[in-house]
Design a protein around this ligand. Structure first.
Ligand code: GDP
Length: 472
């Protein structure tokens, strides 16, 4: 006969086995270009999970629908040297009496949750009624991924590439100041730190203006506009050398201590200690990734901004193309196996336009998605609103009902009802830009009553795609 003690031992052994075979930990990375909605997404996601099993409204998340989600808790993060995601501050902003959008984070940050659930698997259920999943959520700027190609370019090649981007007249116009003061630099003279810092500041100002005035995203080096913890570090004091034409001596042959060599060595330092380090310390550890894309703002801003976003997206997707470039595989060993592309802020358009928004998103990522699939990564495209700020309804227009949105205009405290326009289902052609285009306003978040779930559009589908299989 088997004794009670050996039965206990057997049970404990089986539990250890299942514990080991089930994946108890997942690292979810959230990225997107700045203002894409990362902070809003993470705040809403954490809020939904912390609200627990009673007050959520997440029917598309299977575990919640089946009543197996038992709750979540915020626990100390794993890495003490990485800034914490400012959840408390952000949720206060969204759930406060005067709701407002939280401050976006500008660098990498993380937050850890423990999620309790009732497993579905028979074996596990027999041994233990509940299971836990540790979820690390990491927020980082998509702009940092735009730096990946720098690893394949020498300083000379990068300078040449940046010179080509100045063929675009609007960029060239904004670059004037930088080009003027940079043109005074003698690349062969002894490096003057102060002069290089001044020119580098002018270059940074040019990048910042390209972003704010032209709505451009494809900006290199990414840390110049989102420096994170490197703010003010000499490591960010360099710029591409675009004044080569007409020089009698190749600056590559200049003396060791010359200005050109200082620029080149800082660029190489940036490649090694900023770009590579990000992939090494963070990227390789991600299991799941969501890329948020705000397709609507560039539609509002205009053609150049939209096309630039397309380039930026293609560039960002290179980081998930492990197979074909070979570069990532050679340098790092990334392990992301699921990738979700989410068109954010879907509450800016009427529900009848969501299908178009999704179709537009799918076309924006189609090339990248093909390569991602080739790398063995499962991917999904969805349209979401992390925090729904509008109410969809309809208005009477010329005797017929017409879809409309109602919301508080950001900064005006004025409730308006409007129809923002049609989202093109395909990549917009010339006629779209010449026509009426698209016109949406930004809305303030709605007041949320305590214990009521945060209003959203398809956040549950995002959770299902990203984590659904972890709750078996
Ligand atoms: P981040 O820079 O990627 O962290 O972007 P944020 O999360 O800070 O979002 C930038 C801005 O986009 C916010 O201040 C809001 O104005 C807007 N936003 C973000 N998510 C939503 C959303 O789900 N709905 C609406 N209506 N606006 C959003």
């Amino acid at each position: 006969m088997v004794s009670k003690a050996s039965l206990m031992n057997l049970k404990r052994g089986a539990k250890d086995l299942v514990n080991r075979s089930l994946d108890r930990h997942v690292k979810l990375a959230v990225t997107g270009l700045s203002r894409a909605g990362k902070t809003a997404f993470i705040t809403a996601l954490v809020d939904h999970l912390l609200q627990g099993p009673v007050h959520h409204q997440l029917p598309l998340w299977q575990v919640a629908r089946e009543g197996r989600f038992l709750g979540a808790q915020k626990v100390p993060q794993a890495h003490f040297h990485i800034p914490s995601f400012k959840y408390e501050q952000s949720i206060k902003a969204l759930r406060g009496d005067a709701p407002h959008w939280p401050e976006p984070t500008e660098g990498v940050s993380e937050i850890r949750l423990k999620i309790k659930y009732r497993p579905d698997s028979l074996l596990w259920r027999n041994i233990n009624q509940t299971a836990e999943l540790t979820l690390d959520i990491v927020d980082y700027p998509g702009e940092w991924l735009l730096d990946l190609p720098l690893l394949q370019m020498t300083f000379e090649q990068w300078s040449e590439h940046m010179m080509q981007t100045l063929e675009e007249p609007a960029r060239a116009e904004l670059a004037k100041d930088w080009l003027n003061i940079g043109g005074q630099l003698d690349p062969l003279a002894e490096a003057d730190e102060q002069q290089i810092a001044r020119i580098s500041q002018a270059y940074t100002d040019f990048l910042l203006r390209s972003k704010s005035e032209l709505g451009l995203h494809h900006i290199q080096p990414g840390r110049f506009v989102l420096p994170g913890e490197l703010q003010g570090a000499p490591l960010l004091s360099f710029f591409p050398f675009v004044w080569r034409q007409g020089l009698e001596v190749n600056p590559e042959q200049g003396p060791k201590n010359c200005a050109y060599k200082m620029l080149k060595s800082r660029y190489e330092h940036y490649q090694e200690h900023v770009v590579k380090q990000f992939y090494d310390q963070h990227f390789v550890h991600f299991d799941r990734q969501i890329v948020l894309l705000d397709c609507l703002t560039p539609l509002n801003v205009g053609r150049q901004s939209f096309q630039d976003m397309q380039i930026a997206i293609e560039q960002i997707l290179q980081s998930f193309n492990y197979g074909q470039t070979g570069l990532l595989r050679r340098l790092f060993a990334p392990k992301i196996d699921k990738l979700v592309f989410a068109a954010s802020k879907a509450d800016h358009v009427t529900p009848d336009q969501h299908e178009n928004l999704l179709s537009l998103l799918s076309q924006l990522v189609v090339n990248g998605q093909r390569e991602v699939a080739f790398s063995g990564i499962e991917s999904h495209s969805i349209a979401i609103a992390s925090v729904k700020a509008t109410q969809a309804g309809s208005v009477d227009y010329q005797g017929a009902p017409h879809p409309a949105l109602t919301g508080n205009v950001l900064g005006q405290d004025e409730l308006i009802t409007l129809y923002p326009g049609e989202v093109p289902a395909d990549l917009p052609q010339q006629s779209f830009w010449q026509g009426q285009g698209f016109d949406f306003v930004n809305f303030a978040p709605q007041k949320i009553e305590p214990n009521k779930p945060m209003p959203h559009i398809r956040m549950d589908l995002a959770i299902e795609h990203l984590l659904g299989d972890k709750f078996l």
